[in-house]
Design a protein around this ligand. Structure first.
Ligand code: NAP
Ligand code: GDP
Length: 318
């Protein structure tokens, strides 16, 4: 099995690297599998010829397709056009090359933030196309939804084994800690680090009331590898912690402050957007086939990520 991981240098790709390092030490039944972690320097996947060259060079039997233009709420608000165009191009190119190079299985990555804005909760896999997404990330959402459409088309016309996973908000070491562009946990960790250093307030954007389910990158990595062996259906599968593990942004901010040893003032800037209030996802499908998977607790995950950021401040993506 030769597995091409697109987006291999990102948050999730580096989670898979950590987990597969363990595999090669014999802890898991993944020995003998060859992983190739591609980055944008191996080929710009927005460009069809460069994508084809990468497939020609690697000739993968399996693809874990993670590469995407990714950003938090505020980055999406500023660049909906680029989020749509880049992700449409990347996904069309990668999936078409999976077809051309007869890849046996491709797992692509959607997100719970692409679901309809007006919906009933909890959301499940059948509801992706039931209505327009939240206006804040409309470009990213529609481009990601098209992965599901492309998967269905290649499956029905050519019998391709293309599927997709739907993670919630992901965090962990090697995330993008850029304050303007990143997601909430890396953004808060970086802001808290600076507030502590400069003896300033720790400012949380928005009201702190929105709710999110967060998944630690290494949990997602293990579940993606599990899907490679155990999930063979072109319909997507939600990879999420349980509904009762949903937390507010305020709770997350307090955990960040605790593990960054921040003792100053924590303030909420309600002039900033809250985005979608919640995206509560139901993981029944996952639990029905993998009932006993134990997720990292949000507290441990945030502690590990804060410790990683403090240790790697100079070289972290920020
Ligand atoms: P990330 O840390 O931002 O990494 C993105 C990866 O994609 C990097 O390896 C980057 O390569 C690569 N990439 C971006 N544009 C590329 C291009 N034009 N050509 C080739 N490679 C390109 O992303 P992530 O957080 O790991 O996300 C992985 C997947 O999970 C994505 O599909 C994302 O949509 C999905 N997802 C993420 C979240 C989240 O909270 N982060 C939540 C739900 C779903 P370079 O390093 O070389 O630039
Ligand atoms: P989302 O989960 O897709 O909406 O994206 P984010 O990871 O960017 O989370 C956005 C939520 O966190 C919104 O409710 C924001 O108001 C809140 N938030 C609070 N502080 C920050 C911050 O420093 N950065 C980001 N990205 N969001 C923040």
């Amino acid at each position: 099995m030769k597995i091409l991981v697109t987006g291999g240098s990102g948050l999730v790709g580096s989670g898979i690297k950590r987990v597969t390092n363990n595999y090669s030490k014999g802890h898991y039944l993944y020995e003998g599998r060859e992983f190739y972690f591609a980055t944008s320097s191996d080929g710009n996947l927005v460009n069809y010829e460069e994508t084809k060259s990468l497939f020609e060079k690697i000739k993968p039997t399996h693809v874990i397709h993670l590469a995407a233009k990714v950003g938090g709420l505020f980055s999406n608000l500023r660049q909906n056009v680029e989020f749509f165009n880049d992700n449409m191009d990347i996904n069309r190119n990668v999936l078409h090359c999976c077809y051309l190079y007869k890849v046996e299985k491709c797992i692509s990555c959607l997100s719970t933030c692409i679901f309809p804005n007006k919906t009933t909760y909890p959301i499940d896999e059948t509801m992706i196309h039931n209505g327009g997404p939240h206006e804040s990330n409309i470009g990213y959402s529609y481009a990601k939804r098209m992965i599901d459409v492309i998967n269905h088309c290649y499956n029905s016309q050519y019998g391709c084994n293309f599927t997709s996973i739907i993670p919630t908000n992901i965090y962990g070491p090697n995330d993008n800690f850029n304050i303007e562009d990143g997601h909430v946990i890396p953004g808060l960790i970086h802001k808290c680090y600076l507030a502590k250093e400069k003896n300033e307030d720790f400012v949380i954007w928005g009201s702190g009331t929105p709710l999110r389910q967060f998944i630690y990158a290494d949990d997602l990595a293990r579940l993606i590898l599990w899907c490679l062996d155990n999930y063979d259906n072109h319909e997507p599968i939600i990879l999420s912690v349980d509904e009762e593990d949903e937390v507010s942004i305020k709770e997350v901010a307090l955990l960040v402050a605790k593990h960054m040893n921040f003792e100053g003032n924590i303030v909420f800037d309600s002039s900033k957007s809250d985005g979608q209030f919640k995206k509560t996802a139901n993981n029944k499908k996952l639990r029905s086939i993998y009932p006993d998977y134990k997720f990292q607790s949000i507290e441990n995950g945030i502690k590990t990520t804060c410790d990683w950021f403090k240790k790697n401040f100079e070289n972290a993506r920020k």
